[in-house]
Design a protein around this ligand. Structure first.
Ligand SMILES: Cc1ncc(COP(=O)(O)O)c(C=O)c1O
Length: 391
């Protein structure tokens, strides 16, 4: 079989061909239900029930085609798609953690994940201890009987990098389930299963979809038990994606490798440009040699991606002036699309933290987060240059 490389798999793996039709791409099956019984000899099996398709909250052929393509790239045996990244996170954790169980997480997490861990799980009798990224990387953690360790491989907004290799070894030794949200890396830059992660989660809304036009989530794992539990929880919570949403994610995956190549190149060029500007105090990007996490990034990532944050010299007024002067990056939250987006985390993604908490975590008013798109880097740099000149 010559379908081995990332891009060959991205284009061809998991496609749903129907010989009677001769289709070239997976069709969109907007069916809520299917004929039952279906005794056709050539029937396609629903992975979730190991039987014929029955009802789309359980499994849908278009959703399954996306899952099959994704799992070939993530290098996992199983994949489960969700109606959003949060659907994927909540269903995964709830399928494993029970009242009285304890888990450990990093203390910088996507805001809604933080809320789910700190508030929702707590109210269900599940203990979530949190440590800093540096303590997690150094395995400077208590010897509690943790059932799960949950990390984001590149946490927002300071682009730290988690040493999944080291944490994965620790988890294997201790029999702890390692769950990795690898949204910022995408399966092109990182496949955490290589480092011993048990479950990988993506907000497919970001790089996987790649066009800022869908919400979707996806989970990959090798264990049949975790897979069955996660599928069961999806069915119960009703967080299955719609076929059209899954089709756009399936289509997004076909160009993930090409897009990530450009995100990686643009990210590096722009991080280097920003580092050379006298209007900027500090740049946070995993690929910068002078960065705190560069050595970890080199062993844990194949590419450094398009997410950069940086601190302007100045405060909120300068941040507004700078963002308002840009012509290409649009002021918006979210990330990973073909178009560059820019935001002030203190005002958007991290606005629910108190000013004191933000300052302690380094999320100051002059911190800007840039999701570098696939535009021409020369245009982006010229635009950033003219906006920096205005402050
Ligand atoms: C790292 C990370 N994980 C999960 C999510 C949640 O994904 P969604 O918005 O698709 O529910 C986000 C959203 O921004 C995110 O940045």
């Amino acid at each position: 079989m010559s379908i081995k490389g990332f891009n060959s798999k991205a284009v061809h793996a998991g496609d749903l061909y129907i010989p009677e039709i001769g289709n070239v791409t997976t069709p969109i099956f907007e069916d809520s239900t299917y004929r039952y019984p279906n005794n056709s000899e050539s029937t396609i099996i629903d992975n979730t029930s190991k039987s014929t398709f029955l009802y789309s909250r359980w499994g849908n052929p278009t959703v399954q085609s996306f899952e099959n393509k994704y799992k070939s790239l993530e290098k996992t045996d199983h994949a489960v798609a969700f109606s959003s990244g949060m659907g994927a996170i909540t269903a995964t954790v709830l399928s494993i953690m029970k009242s009285g169980d304890k888990m450990l997480a990093i203390n910088v997490l996507y805001g809604q994940t933080y809320y789910f861990f700190a508030r929702t799980l707590k109210s269900y009798g599940i203990t979530v201890d949190m440590v800093s990224v540096d303590d997690m990387n150094k395995l400077n953690i208590s010897k509690e009987n943790y059932k799960m360790i949950y990390i984001e491989s590149i946490p927002n907004p300071l682009m730290d990098v988690l040493d999944i290799k080291k944490i994965g070894e620790y988890c294997r030794k201790k029999g702890i389930i390692l769950v990795v949200d690898a949204t910022f890396a995408s399966p092109y830059n990182q496949t955490p299963v290589d480092f011993g992660a048990d479950i990988i989660i993506h907000s497919g809304t970001k790089y996987i979809g790649g066009h800022s036009d869908i919400l979707i989530g996806v989970v990959g794992c090798n264990s049949d038990d975790y897979y069955n539990g996660i599928v069961g929880m999806r069915k119960t919570l009703g967080a299955t994606p719609d076929a059209f949403q899954a089709y756009l994610a399936y289509r997004g995956l076909k160009t993930l490798g090409l897009r990530m190549e450009r995100h990686n190149i643009n990210g590096m060029k722009i991080a280097e440009f920003l580092s050379s500007s006298d209007k900027i105090m500090e740049v946070f990007y995993p690929g910068l040699r002078q960065g705190k996490y560069y050595e970890i990034a080199k062993t844990n990532l194949r590419g450094f991606g398009g997410m950069i944050s940086f601190k302007l010299k100045g405060g909120i007024a300068e941040s507004h002036k700078f963002i308002g002067s840009l012509e290409i990056p649009m002021p918006a939250v979210s990330l990973g699309g073909v178009e560059s987006l820019i935001t002030i985390p203190a005002e958007t993604t991290h606005s629910e933290m108190s000013e004191e908490e933000r300052n302690k975590s380094g999320i100051t008013d002059n911190l800007i987060r840039l999701s570098v798109g696939i535009e021409d880097s020369e245009d982006l740099i010229e635009d950033l240059q003219q906006a920096l000149a205005k402050i």
